[in-house]
Ligand binder design. Sequence first.
Ligand SMILES: Cc1cc2nc3c(=O)[nH]c(=O)nc-3n(C[C@H](O)[C@H](O)[C@H](O)COP(=O)(O)OP(=O)(O)OC[C@H]3O[C@@H](n4cnc5c(N)ncnc54)[C@H](O)[C@@H]3O)c2cc1C
Length: 445
Amino acid sequence: MNTIVEKLRAAYRSAAVPVPEILYNCSANQEKYDQYRQIFNRWFQFMPAAIVLCVTAEQASVAVKFTSKHALPLRVRSGGHDHEGECSGTDTILLDLSKMDKVEIDPVRRIARIQPGIRFKELTTQLAKKDVMIPHGTCATVGIAGYTMGGGWGPWTRKHGMCCESVVGATLVLGDGSIRKVSMDGDHAERELLWAIKGGGGFSYGIVTEFVIETFELPAEMIKFQIEWNEFQYVPENRLFAIRGATPTLTVLQTWEKVIASTDLAASQLVGTNLKISAKHASENEPFNPHTVSHNCVMYGYWEGDENSLQKFIDQRFKDTGRYTVTILGKAGRDYRHLLYGDHLMSSWDRYSFHNMNLLKQGLQGIPFPPDEDQPAPHKITSRLVNADGLGEQGRYKLLESLTSPLVLPGNKDLGLFTYITLGAITGNYYQRMTPGQKTKSAFP
Ligand SMILES: Cc1cc2nc3c(=O)[nH]c(=O)nc-3n(C[C@H](O)[C@H](O)[C@H](O)COP(=O)(O)OP(=O)(O)OC[C@H]3O[C@@H](n4cnc5c(N)ncnc54)[C@H](O)[C@@H]3O)c2cc1C
């Protein structure tokens, strides 16, 4: 008998709210508890006192009041992708919202009502079937809730901004357990609350049980592509991965910065992009020189248009960057309804997988890791924001120096250890068009 769980069930009965499924340790449902206590970052292993599988805002509200009354620590989880595991904890009451995964699309008002538990693979596929989209993230398994409240950078950011900027309403359970609907048309307090959840951080101002997000029309053709410089190559005799090619990273970085700052017609077709630079071992025989050091670099991009226009753009903008390889990773759009958007445009594209490295060892090209196999993924990550003027000369040098370190050992990749930085472009036509007043549309710093 688990006393906390019994008391929680009693609280539901006395509030006349249907009792949700509650999982706990040493119960008859141990296997399910062990499955649900896991979060995406397996670095963390928590043992919550109870996992409450909410399906309504009312069920979340009762749990909030209960934990407040009994001074119990509360956590909330939607997609479970929090890098620091803040969505769970040992001996906490964990509200799991993953079963709240409904989406209602209103094509006339151009909005979608989205519950917090849905993940991008399913969400983007449902939206694309109705020829609309929202500024989603890059990874198929991330949840809409934490992503949007944390800002929400992704493949559409250059054209449509971060996802938080498209949020026009929400339903929230507040700290006192009350349920509030907030919208842009509400009073001052309502608008302030809405502003705060638009990029102000997960679980800071309430538990969101529904987002209302503006949609945009899905283009006829979208291409997801990558450009790679200084590819990894396996050297069997040394049992190590080396990089092939010697394009200075500085050249790639400066070219990418120039491309993301462009707002001309062709550049507007590049609706989103990021640049990944893999760290490498600092060798004593090769003193660090920011002008010549070369790392494996991969630019990912989403292109609105056909392959010819994309190829022309790449030829023009990257002609001075030495040898590179262009790969088309997927297609979607109104003309590609037969292809599921979530299968073709989404992936875990920000990291090298051990699986890809094994393919490279066999002399085969790496293929994107299937999203549903995107775990376990123990990792450590941190974020920084570049100020509006960009990295600057010193910033670039420091960045490249930090990616050339004696702490990155030559054999790391063989062990499945990867170190890299990803630069995401939060710039482009959307931000160019913004007036100074509109810049406060979201709480994202
Ligand atoms: C593989 C991977 C790829 C990623 N790619 C991107 C990317 O392309 N772009 C990007 O911007 N970010 C990306 N991220 C970061 C990601 O957006 C954040 O980790 C985000 O918080 C995950 O949201 P979630 O709902 O899955 O996580 P959760 O762990 O469930 O929640 C994250 C935080 O929000 C809180 N929270 C969750 N649900 C609610 C709710 N309903 N109401 C109030 N608070 C809530 C949690 O308590 C926690 O503090 C990525 C992360 C990973 C692991």
